[in-house]
Ligand binder design. Structure first.
Ligand code: NCD
Ligand code: ZN
Length: 353
């Protein structure tokens, strides 16, 4: 098995950087690891205009350490009122965003401005299809009659299938896939892609709920039964080019995470590359002759040109099978965040070359 190898520097295709003090605290951790990130627009005041995207990007770039090359790809937050013209303005020259993100209203963090009736957005989807602008989807429609563990599966029939049929050329990215059903649907659909987080490849709902509640593992979509995790690992390690690394790294201040109504989201940017490597190792990928390529494609290449029209960097990073200690806590001036796997030692270390 290969225990030391280089790949093209990876790209995080789903990342939450927040704003103000949290933005200042977490941005350097992303910029020092991945060569860029697809930056989610779900701020308290969401990114709904080209001007807001531009100013958010400027704030991010000010926090990138001088020696690092880093490219944040901005996204637009879909609301009930957003118009096709506004979508087009941000996407065409001078381009401020590369995609739009659909949150169904009222399910996850800062989705209160999200979409309440997605069929009313058909003119927007039509415009995005014409422009070649990707639609990124948080595939869970909140509904008091449905169990939280079923929301993603139900969304395949109640949303994904319908939009796929009505807009055959629209590029769709199913974000943070957590179920076998959605993974298989993405694999079998055209113009359709998916991101997968490390936590959904490593943990299941028993890890979250058994032997004491683990707030650090609470994120949305919620961790599922183990057979989903097993299926997702098989799907992404098969070498299918429709799937890419997207951490969904989502920091919350520790006082809000560890409370009687704790926030959903795992701040996983520090352990993410190691955990992805661990999964590919455990699935036997590094024993295969094409193994490093398959891992590199998942980490650094898939989706980058087909969905995001980006050139692949020539920068590289090294993975080594040697212990990597995750810090217990990270303190900023006014914020404290706890990384996923805090205090644990992982099997794979990574360094930029
Ligand atoms: C994300 C957040 O905190 O912004 N939370 C999460 O659990 N993943 C939002 C999201 O992607 O659902
Ligand atoms: Zn997210």
């Amino acid at each position: 098995m290969k225990t030391e190898f280089d790949i093209i520097r990876w790209f995080d295709r789903h990342h939450h950087l927040r704003h103000r003090a949290m933005l200042e605290l977490v941005t350097p951790f992303l910029a020092k690891s991945s060569v860029g990130g697809v930056i989610m627009p779900n701020l308290g005041k969401p990114i709904t205009t080209a001007a807001l995207a531009k100013s958010y990007k400027q704030k991010i770039m000010k926090l990138v350490p001088k020696e690092m090359s880093f490219d944040p790809l901005m996204t637009c937050y879909l609301t009930d009122d957003i118009t096709p013209d506004e979508i087009e303005e941000g996407f065409t020259f001078p381009q401020q965003w590369v995609a739009a993100k659909l949150y169904f209203k009222g399910h996850t963090t800062n989705s209160h401005n999200g979409v309440s009736d997605w069929e009313k957005l058909y003119p927007v989807f039509e415009k995005m299809q014409d422009l070649g602008m990707p639609l990124l989807v948080h595939g869970e429609i909140p509904d008091e009659h449905h169990d939280i563990f079923d929301l993603e599966k139900i969304c395949v029939d109640n949303f994904y299938e319908i939009i796929r049929k009505d807009f055959p050329d629209l590029i769709i990215v199913a974000e943070h896939i957590t179920t076998r059903e959605l993974g298989m649907w993405v694999r079998e659909s055209v113009n359709t892609f998916g991101t997968v987080t490390p936590q959904h490849l490593v943990f299941n709902r028993t890890d979250l709920l058994s032997g004491g509640l683990k707030p650090d593992l609470y994120c949305l979509p919620i961790l599922k039964r183990d057979h989903h995790r097993i299926s997702l690992r098989k799907i992404i390690t098969s070498g299918n080019s429709s799937f890419g690394a997207g951490t969904d790294s989502a920091p919350h201040e520790s006082s809000q995470k560890y409370s009687s109504c704790g926030c959903a989201g795992c701040w996983n940017i520090i352990p993410a590359p190691s955990l992805y490597a661990q999964v590919f190792e455990e699935e036997g990928v590094f024993d295969r002759s094409d193994g490093i390529k398959v891992f590199e494609n998942f980490m650094s290449k898939n989706l980058m040109s087909e969905v995001y029209k980006q050139k692949i960097t020539s920068e590289t990073m090294r993975f080594e099978k040697k212990p990597f200690q995750i810090p217990k806590i990270i303190k900023g001036v006014s914020k404290i965040v706890v990384p996923l796997m805090a205090g644990e030692t992982l099997d794979w270390s990574y360094t930029l070359r």
